[in-house]
Design a protein around this ligand. Structure first.
Ligand SMILES: [Zn+2]
Length: 428
């Protein structure tokens, strides 16, 4: 143990020295690193390959397999007892939110200054990376404007630590359909997303957000029109179509919050790329999603966390909202819908992103299927599968070492021993 700790400490010191001399975020240390774990989970085939090693040079993986012949100048990173896997990808998060049992969503949007929210987001980004999530799709700042674009730049420039981000900026909602709500109608209340009404305003909002830095466009196809109500459709089919046309023209995919059958039906018909939540999805709706290869982000952890904030202690039978989330997840899988690993983290604590993975396993996936979803699966539908999500030569060296074997027990996700992003060791 001591020798191993020293080896790791040495590697970290070398990485730190390299970062200090090479400037903003670059991994310009081109001394090759030979990582020697107990086994490698490559993110694709669902197996742990005992005895495999990984050679990293610069920001890329250059060789993977048993008995690699290391170059004479390679530094050895001894990871005995650990499983090495691709850096995980969070599919649905909100770095500008923190758990609702700390402050309600309304209070976060209305009472927390932008600088406070941004400072929190910096800490959240660091916690995410150190939990082994080297990439993340952030689906809206919820009232924090375009601050996600600046945070992404700060991470890319090496000013702060965090995952490689795809951001959605403000998100887009139907006029009057979102929140915060319940105030004197004559007073303008800041909203958690950009409001539109009609196809022209929709196209303008999409274009404005893309110009400001949006990598994804996020829409709300349904929502609670008044607090305490069930969700009902908000954006029309024509409005969603206008958003998809403007976004796809610019090469940006579209993510849609939808939990009602009608909201989902409109999103599918309009040709969106991912549907978030989908709690009310029926067998026929999931069949049409599967036919169009639209990905579902089931956000089981958001339903679980929200129920706990309302007093659920985790006993069975679970509350109806939790059961609905599990059942829609099972229906979607049975229909062959591509499944995202994305839990709506921010509703619960950043850094505990693996909570969604545990719930996916509890709802019927094998641990290996969950791990593939969080790596090569998410990389595929996020359109980065050519460089992320797999331990293969030529891929970016985003790697995580876990104590133990996560294909046996996902609890290993809580024992992160090493995180590497772009070939640089960022965390023990
Ligand atoms: Zn969300």
């Amino acid at each position: 143990m001591m020798r191993r700790a020293l080896t790791l400490a040495t590697a970290l010191l070398l990485a730190a020295a390299s970062a200090a001399t090479s400037g903003a975020g670059a991994s310009a240390d081109h001394v090759p690193l030979l990582l020697r774990p107990a086994g490698v989970f490559d993110g694709v085939d669902g197996k742990v390959h005992a005895g495999w090693q990984v050679l990293v040079r610069g920001e890329r993986i250059v060789a993977v397999g048993p008995d690699l012949s290391a170059p004479a100048d390679a530094r050895i990173v001894d990871l005995a007892g650990d499983t090495l896997m691709p850096g995980m990808i969070e599919g649905h998060g909100h770095l500008f939110l923190h758990p609702y049992d700390e402050a309600s969503w309304d209070d976060q949007v209305l009472h927390e200054p932008l600088a406070l929210r941004t400072a929190r987001a910096v800490a959240h980004a660091r916690a995410t990376l150190r939990a082994g999530f080297t990439s993340a799709r952030d689906l809206g700042t919820e009232g924090a404007g375009y601050a996600d674009v600046g945070l992404k730049q700060a991470i890319d420039q090496g000013i702060v630590e965090g995952p490689r981000l795809s951001v959605a900026t403000r998100a887009i909602v139907a006029l009057g359909a979102y929140g915060p709500k319940g105030f004197e109608p004559g007073v303008a209340i800041p909203q958690g997303a950009e409001e539109v009404s009609g196809v022209e305003q929709m196209a303008a909002a999409v274009r404005r957000q893309i110009a400001a830095g949006a990598d994804w466009i996020k829409l709300y196809a349904d929502y609670r029109w008044r607090a305490g109500e069930d969700s009902r459709p908000t954006l029309s089919l024509e409005e969603i179509r206008a958003a998809v046309a403007a976004a796809h023209d610019a090469g940006r995919p579209v993510a849609v919050h939808a939990s009602t059958p009608e909201g989902m039906r409109r999103a599918i018909e309009a040709g969106v790329d991912t549907i978030e939540h989908g709690y009310g999805g029926t067998t026929s709706i999931f069949a049409s999603m599967a036919a169009k290869r639209i990905t579902l982000c089931p956000t089981l952890a958001a339903a679980d966390a929200s129920a706990r904030y309302r007093g659920w202690a985790g006993d069975e039978p679970a509350p109806p909202a939790v059961r609905a989330a599990r059942e829609s997840f099972r229906r979607a899988r049975a229909a062959g819908v591509p499944i995202c690993m994305g839990g709506d983290v921010g509703v619960y604590a950043h850094g505990s992103n693996a909570r969604e993975m545990a719930l996916m396993a509890a709802a019927g996936m094998t641990p290996a299927e969950v791990l593939v979803a969080a790596t090569s699966g998410n990389a595929r539908w996020m359109r980065v599968g050519d460089r992320l999500g797999a331990v293969r030569p030529g891929m970016l060296a985003d790697l995580v070492a876990l104590s133990g074997d996560p294909t046996v027990d996902l609890a290993a996700l809580r024992s992160v021993r090493l995180v590497m992003k772009n070939g640089t060791i960022v965390a023990p």
